[in-house]
Design a protein around this ligand. Structure first.
Ligand SMILES: *[C@@H]1O[C@H](CO)[C@@H](O)[C@H](O)[C@H]1NC(C)=O
Length: 194
């Protein structure tokens, strides 16, 4: 059947609306950077930023933590998410273990709709191998390796979405995105999540 363009646009808008805010996320300020850029780019499926600054892995390992309570508040507002993006984000000293990654995934399932799809990634990597001082030398790379490992682990049933990138001129403070970085991360998230 041949749909006139206007009806096609309407149908697509309808589909987008039905998906609005159905993708929850966990992570730290770096996830907030992604969400901020995503919303600015017109992304609708994923939640906007909701105050996850400083919420590294250990903020999410306890399913009853303050971070999960703020996640639940978002879910109460938008409905239980049918998909969750788990961003692994660390402070250098605490790091992350694979057990902790497993716990984050289990907790995400517990706080989302039944059979929710789980996406996973590390925190953004830096062009030219630059380091985020908060995550420490090799820290961002470690989070990406953990995410990729989880994606290959069939028992976990999660989808590794690949690497997020920040260019040299897109970093504000040695870790976080500046305005150009927010735009770059938002575009990457839109590409990945729609
Ligand atoms: C794997 O996850 C999908 C959602 O992404 C879900 O529909 C499916 O039931 C899960 N499979 C198993 C074996 O748990």
């Amino acid at each position: 059947m041949h749909l006139p363009l206007a009806s096609l646009a309407l149908a697509m808008a309808g589909r987008a609306a039905a998906q609005d805010h159905t993708l929850g996320f966990i992570g730290c300020s770096m996830a907030e950077n992604v969400a901020t850029g995503y919303v600015a780019a017109g992304g609708q499926r994923m939640w906007g930023p909701y105050g996850t600054g400083g919420a590294v892995v250990q903020s999410w390992t306890n399913s009853a933590s303050a971070s999960w309570r703020s996640f639940d508040a978002q879910a109460a507002k938008y409905g239980l998410p049918t998909a969750v993006w788990v961003q692994i984000c660390i402070f250098a000293q605490a790091g992350v273990s694979y057990d902790e990654v497993n716990q984050l995934i289990a907790n995400a399932r517990e706080h989302a709709a039944p059979d929710a799809e789980i996406y996973i990634s590390g925190q953004p990597l830096y062009e030219g191998g630059a380091t985020c001082f908060l995550a420490g030398q090799g820290g961002a790379e470690l989070t990406d390796e953990m995410a990729a490992r989880a994606g290959e682990d069939e028992a976990l049933n999660v989808t590794y979405v690949g690497k997020f990138w920040l260019g040299n001129v897109e970093v504000a403070d040695g870790c976080h995105a500046n305005a150009a970085g927010l735009t770059a991360l938002g575009a990457q998230a839109l590409e990945i999540f729609g």
